[in-house]
Design a protein around this ligand. Structure first.
Ligand SMILES: [Zn+2]
Length: 442
């Protein structure tokens, strides 16, 4: 069998320039995905013919117009949704500036004339990601963006030999990430406290009959200074976060030795694009973070993600990705979300089944559908429970020394004091709860 027979080839109109071009991708009837990772990355394909074994189907997930360089998922070119989001995408692309087009031109240099190879696949995915990020925030298709970023993460993971590249992140850098999260958390608590203090001071002044503002009020200047300091803290936090983000992107790493020759290897080439596109995600961890943010946006802002099945799937995926980049505490928050909305939805579905049975209005087909929804929720909750246990073990190990130290200091205190001291020492709430359950603090 010739290699070409394994491909589907169709003529399609480019949504941006209107030119007619071929789309081409491996025919799914010749292969099956036989092994997947927790974030859906296919690691092994089985082909029906040995001659086809070198083909990597997911390299072909993105198509790029050879004429105008518009890039998107091949499946969307094959059968466009005709949605507003797609219109926004094309509109934003048509208004692209010369500078922004330069990025697509540079990336195109990596796409080979013949069969798509690893380099070409990375370049095509980056091109589609760039195009997808062109519209204004509220017009971006965040789900598209998240899926592209996730697929790009898989490609970078493959280059690292299937290992998770994030594991090469330096210890201090991963601590910086944790500190940002901790600071953010603490500043939020502090803000609440200051707001409460301000309200109480106003009430007390009224009670005493002192004017709320001015020299006679002893609370006013102190409370005002506290608010100022908080604002400063907020700004400093943002500065700190953006410094860590820049470090993450490799901006602080020593630049490669300048050479006269243009860079030939993939890394060098992509780094040269960084001058035009500073946020270009060139590591698995960065791509996963981008995907998490995009999916979180969908979950919070898009009504289509409010359906039970879709929200369970997207939350599950977010958790898997966060675990890969060691953001365990953030993952715990999403796990809590699965429990909460899962249980609420389950109760509602059970109530509907009960009501309809009593009134005998439910048809078998509808009943089966409701049971299927309940099964989906149960599965998501089970998976979340499994992940939660894994995360708790990791966090217990990570905070082991702090926990031992605090518990030794508070040996004679009661459980509430111990719990509070642990939280204050930065031990996550879920871990403190687990210690209570295990009777490690009593
Ligand atoms: Zn085109």
């Amino acid at each position: 069998m010739s290699l070409e027979k394994a491909f589907i080839r169709k003529e399609r109109k480019c949504p941006a320039c209107g030119g007619h071009h071929a789309i081409r991708y491996p025919d799914p009837k010749f292969y099956t995905a036989v092994a997947r990772e927790s974030d859906l990355h296919v690691t092994t394909y089985r082909w029906s013919q040995a001659v086809l074994e070198g083909i990597v189907p997911h390299y072909y997930a993105v198509w790029q117009c050879p004429e105008c360089l518009f890039a998107d998922f091949t499946e969307k070119i094959e059968s466009p949704e005709g949605s507003f989001k797609e219109e926004y995408l094309v509109d934003a692309f048509k208004n692209i500036s010369g500078e922004k087009l330069k990025i697509l031109n540079k990336l195109r240099e990596l796409v080979p004339q013949g069969e798509t190879d690893y380099k070409g696949a990375v370049a095509l995915h980056l091109a589609a990601l760039w195009v997808a990020s062109l519209p204004d925030t509220e017009r971006i298709d965040h789900y598209r963006l998240g899926r592209l970023a996730l697929r790009l993460a898989w490609l970078f993971r493959e280059r690292a030999g299937g290992r998770e590249t994030e594991h090469s992140e330096s210890g201090p850098l991963s601590r910086l990430h944790e500190s940002t999260a901790l600071l953010e958390n603490r500043i939020a608590t502090l803000t609440e406290a200051v707001i409460e203090a301000r309200a109480a001071a106003v009430d007390r002044s009224a009670e005493l009959g002192i004017p709320a503002e001015g020299g006679e009020n002893p609370y006013a200047p102190v409370v005002a200074s506290l608010s100022d300091k908080l604002e400063e803290l907020d700004i400093l936090l943002i500065m700190f976060q953006s410094a860590v983000a820049q470090d993450d992107r490799g901006d602080f790493s020593l630049p490669p030795q300048p050479s006269e020759e243009p860079p030939t290897d993939l890394d060098g080439f992509l780094k040269s694009i960084k001058q035009l596109w500073p946020e270009i995600p060139l590591r698995e961890g960065l791509c996963l973070r981008m995907a998490v943010d995009a999916f979180e946006y969908c979950f919070n802002h898009e009504t289509s993600f409010q359906s039970i099945e879709k929200s369970m799937v997207i939350l599950g995926l977010i958790i898997e990705m966060l675990m890969r980049i060691n953001q365990y505490e953030r993952a715990l928050r999403f796990i809590a979300e699965i429990y909460k909305s899962g249980l609420e939805n389950k109760q509602e579905l059970q109530r509907r089944i009960g009501d309809s049975r009593r009134s005998r209005s439910l048809r078998t087909h509808d009943e089966q559908m409701l049971y299927r929804k309940i099964a989906t929720i149960n599965m998501a909750i089970r998976q979340a429970g499994k992940n939660k246990r894994r995360i708790i073990e990791v966090l217990l190990e990570k905070h082991k020394q702090v926990i031992e130290k605090v518990l030794a200091e508070k040996k004679r205190d009661d459980v509430h004091v111990k719990a509070r001291a642990l939280l204050q020492a930065g031990v996550p709430d879920a871990v403190v709860q687990e210690l209570k359950t295990r009777k490690k603090i009593s």
